[in-house]
Design a protein around this ligand. Structure first.
Ligand SMILES: *[C@@H]1O[C@H](CO)[C@@H](O)[C@H](O)[C@H]1NC(C)=O
Length: 362
């Protein structure tokens, strides 16, 4: 009896834990080498772990602070293997490794309350002001709907001209579909749960101008499946004053010119204005787009009888933001992208402090 118990114990110790299990363990001074999907920047191991959790295919990660060319950078290496487990583990001073928390039932909008001393989040600026201290800078960021993170130059910052300067910064907090292609037999759409994020009394007026181009003033072009989807992207971006969507190329052109708006007639374009300070209606997200593939960004795929069943799977899965159903295979592909605040770069800079909006903390 005793030997059997020991044997069972040994078996459970040695059996590979499935990638479906919630594993919050962090392994310090350890690298999980290879199997990289992408390297992102991240200020600490907790944030890096959340990036891995929000990335569609990341199952584990290594976080490390490295000297490159001119500065210390904080890197978050997102990794994946078919088993969901690292192939090897190598001791490495200063590196911390761990696993995706996809199986842990986490809040999809994490509260990131830490303020990082001597850290800069360079880039992604959209607004500047001078504030008494970093707490005030963080409060302004929290109250500005577009602000996701900030950097504050402290009173002893080396460049005297920008002491007390508060830099408000943006990263995408709504689902983008990175690749949209036409594909016979494919149907794509969105989770019905995403995008119902703002809390205003007033319903948004959908201001679209059919068969209209607003030429010029582009600052960003990204894929959108419909003018309504393009409008969501424009509404999320602090610099977007209006947009044009091309239904042939699925291009969404975000434009910035707060002074004037000059329109012209076009066949393939729909233009429009962003929503501001109003409650989005989610109806646009319930449309199923036939003959469209939202390529890549797969979390996983499952059998499903039809596109409606696939859409329901996506809406029920807290991680799924959009889906593609392939009729001939009866396969449902559940998809997502990172929507938490993600600075484009994270470096060590003396007497600067950086942090995140506290919107998700109340
Ligand atoms: C940072 O602040 C300290 C304390 O005021 C000061 O001694 C130091 O020179 C500053 N360093 C830089 C690089 O700004």
């Amino acid at each position: 009896m005793v030997t059997r118990l020991i044997l069972v114990g040994l078996l459970s110790l040695c059996s590979p834990s499935s990638s479906q299990e919630c594993n919050r363990a962090l392994v310090e001074n350890m690298d999980f080498p290879g199997s990289d999907i992408i390297s992102l920047y991240s200020p600490d191991v907790k944030h890096c772990q959340l990036l891995c959790t929000q990335h569609p295919s990341c199952s584990f990660f290594t976080f490390v602070c490295d000297w490159t060319t001119d500065a210390w950078h904080f890197y978050c290496y997102l990794k994946s293997t078919p088993s969901g487990q690292p192939n090897t583990q190598t001791p490495m001073q200063g590196a911390t490794s761990g696993f995706s928390l996809k199986a842990c039932n986490l809040d999809q909008k994490p509260c990131l309350s830490e303020v990082y001393q001597n850290v800069d989040f360079p880039g992604a600026d959209y607004r500047f002001l001078f504030t008494a201290d970093s707490e005030e800078c963080q409060r302004v960021c929290t109250q500005d709907p577009a602000c996701q993170f900030f950097t504050f130059a402290q009173e002893n910052f080396s460049d005297k001209k920008i002491r007390y300067k508060c830099h408000l910064k943006f990263s995408w907090n709504v689902a983008r579909t990175p690749i949209i292609v036409r594909k016979a037999g494919a149907t794509s759409g969105f989770s019905h749960k995403v995008h119902q994020t703002e809390y205003f009394d007033k319903e948004c007026q959908r201001k679209l101008f059919p068969s209209t181009d607003i030429p010029g003033n582009d600052f960003l072009s990204l894929p959108a499946v419909s003018p309504e989807h393009c409008q969501i992207l424009c509404s999320a971006h602090p610099r977007c004053t209006y947009f044009t969507h091309n239904r042939n190329s699925f291009s969404c052109y975000l434009k910035n010119n707060p002074d004037e708006m000059v329109t012209s007639a076009t066949e393939a374009g729909t233009s429009g204005l962003p929503h501001r300070s109003c409650q989005l209606d989610g109806n646009w997200a319930t449309v199923a787009h036939e003959g469209i593939d939202f390529k890549g960004s797969d979390i996983r795929d499952e059998a499903a009888d039809n596109a409606e069943a696939c859409q329901r799977k996506c809406t029920e899965d807290p991680h799924c933001q959009f889906y593609t159903y392939v009729t001939s295979w009866h396969r449902c592909f559940l998809k997502r992208v990172i929507t938490m605040p993600a600075p484009p770069k994270v470096t060590k800079v003396t007497n600067a402090s950086s942090g995140f909006s506290l919107k998700n903390c109340f």
